[in-house]
Design a binder for this molecule. Sequence first.
Ligand SMILES: Cc1ncc(COP(=O)(O)O)c(C=O)c1O
Length: 378
Amino acid sequence: MSWTVWLSPPEMSSVEREMLLAAFDSGWVAPAGPDLDAFERELCAFTGAAAVVGLSSGTAALHMALMAVGVGEGDEVLMSDLTFAASAFAATYLGARPVFVDSEPQSWQLDPELVEAELAARAARGTLPAAVVAVDLYGSVCDGTSIATSCARYGVPLVEDAAEALGAGRDGIMAGRFGRVGVLSFNGNKIVTTGGGGALVADDVELVDRVRHLSTQARRPVPWYEHGEVGYNYRLGNLNAAVGRGQLATLPARMQQRAAVRAAYERGLADVPGVQFQVVPTGCRPNHWLTTIELHPRTFGANSVEVLAALRAAGIEARHGFQPMHLQPVFAGSAPVTAGGTSVAARHFQRSVSLPSSGLLSGDDVCWIIDTVLSARH
Ligand SMILES: Cc1ncc(COP(=O)(O)O)c(C=O)c1O
């Protein structure tokens, strides 16, 4: 289906085009090359991490991250219930079982108090998880400071899934930098895209070098094909990296544009009864990847399904917020850790709508989208 307005289309300028053509003309059409090396260096400088390895997807980066922190067969991994499935799939690739933890009611991010309580209870039982995966949702950032403190208290490694949050920050720390390892995605719908790709960031240079080795088919540096262990073909291509370099250079400007789009939505919708925007916690600077609202059906006068139908009929691409992992058929039977038995994530799924969030939307586009949302009321 082709939409008049897309949810989060790639935003390319002449910068990305020129860098891609220069890489093409250089002959480095391979999963290695100078643009990949430069992109990794630029990501280090941008995030402040000591080391970065460019990978073929955020999912591959999550797989490598969990493997690198020691997750294996039969382990449990505590993670955000409200996320994209890749966060949980990565644990299952390693034979581990994801244990889903609920969100805070306003920011919808992983609830740090639930993480602390669950780790404390498990420490008392002697069943600590092998890792915690904290997801940064919709371009905002989870309370990584509190979650990292809890993880450190119990000696559990923290992986931050910042796939959606490159450029965002909280408490003066960049998204992806709270845990032992951070994961980024450059999927086509992300704020920085390489047409598909991801990265793993960390201060532990040895860990990143090990992931670089494993993700390059674990090939030993000898002049013939030699492998001492099972490897993966997970590296980012040089042409993709060239596009990523151009995207990274323009990220600050595009974050400002997306912030302006969210502000325009707020001007039109924040005072409408029954509309709740994702709350930005104090000290958090989102990249505004996806502006997402929750609708209280009775107060607003329409539910999320009706609003999405009105948007679809107008040719506007919008989405439900994430379906929590504990409600996914593939993870059927996994009871989430919640406060008092009510799932914030399940409520979010029922009520949420992610609105078109491209920084290239005009004021008129946003007004039209707002009018269409309001037209669904009965
Ligand atoms: C939270 C989250 N984690 C992981 C991923 C997976 O990244 P990729 O699509 O690059 O594999 C995504 C999105 O695609 C995501 O939103």
